[in-house]
Write a protein that binds this ligand. Structure first.
Ligand SMILES: [Zn+2]
Length: 269
């Protein structure tokens, strides 16, 4: 028995999380329990679900998030592996609902799998997205090898320096990650400071934010789209590295070519 039985639309959302988790593992971006996925599933919650009892006591989020009143989320479980979640999403993650005080949550299904320790930061981002009226429902944190490697040089941490280089590798990078890559300097994982800095970067108008010497945090309408943005950026980083390995600095597309692209496709930057 699963809460997903006879709920095809909700199951499709969880299946997407499982599919992405498999890609993260295959790409080598999700060692051990690395990475997190949280999706706002409120749009797929029906009356039957609302009537279900919780299977755990209420737990404090650690902060109060007023936009999350009545919201439901699927969250990867703490300490769980992406490669396991890919095959068994409801054994390695859980569905939670936010209590009316907006400061506590309880697990509703399928098993009492405690959510990721990054829950407060993920939920804070979802709270921010709802406050802005954003259609984004998914947040993804992962460790893409080449993008993380870039952040070990101060040069690439400067605002939009990496964005420009990555966009210039192939036209699709700008087309499919049109807001570029925001940069957040190193901060302690799971800290409130890191969550706040991430929200500030998203607010500056980025969908993908780089955490120095750590990983990316991406938001989009669904988890597949968030993954796609990270994937196109990392592909561009790989092309850059391939050129360097061939012994030269890649020319990259010109500013005029990238401007032409923005006009032709109506891109925001
Ligand atoms: Zn991480």
């Amino acid at each position: 028995m699963s809460i997903l039985d006879n709920r095809a639309a909700l199951k499709a959302q969880i299946d997407k999380v499982a599919e992405v988790a498999g890609y993260l593992w295959t790409k080598g971006w999700a060692e051990r329990n690395g990475g997190n996925i949280t999706i706002n599933i409120t749009d797929w919650v029906d009356e039957g679900m609302r009537a279900l009892p919780a299977i755990t006591e209420p737990k404090a989020i650690g902060t109060t998030l007023p936009q999350l009143k009545g919201c439901w989320f699927y969250c990867k479980g703490t300490g769980r592996r992406m490669r396991d979640l890919a095959r068994r999403p409801m054994e390695n993650g859980s569905i939670i609902r936010i209590l009316p005080d907006c400061a506590h949550y309880e697990i509703v299904a399928d098993a009492p799998v405690a959510p990721t320790s990054e829950l407060p930061s993920h939920l804070s981002v979802h709270n921010y997205l709802l406050a802005k009226g954003s259609p984004y429902r998914a947040s993804l944190h992962t460790h893409p090898i080449e993008l993380v490697a870039l952040t070990h040089s101060k040069k690439w941490m400067e605002k939009d320096v990496a964005t420009r280089m990555l966009w210039s590798m192939i036209p699709e990078t700008k087309a499919f990650c049109p807001r570029g890559l925001g940069m957040v300097p190193y901060m302690l994982p799971s800290s409130v400071e890191l969550a706040d800095a991430t929200i500030r970067a998203i607010d500056e108008d980025y969908d993908v934010v780089m955490w120095e010497k750590h990983g990316v945090f991406a938001v989009d309408t669904d988890v597949m789209s968030a993954f796609d943005q990270v994937d196109v950026l990392n592909k561009a980083a790989q092309i850059y590295i391939s050129a360097k390995n061939m012994g030269f600095e890649p020319d990259g597309m010109t500013d005029a070519q990238m401007q032409e692209l923005s006009q032709a496709f109506g891109l925001p930057k």
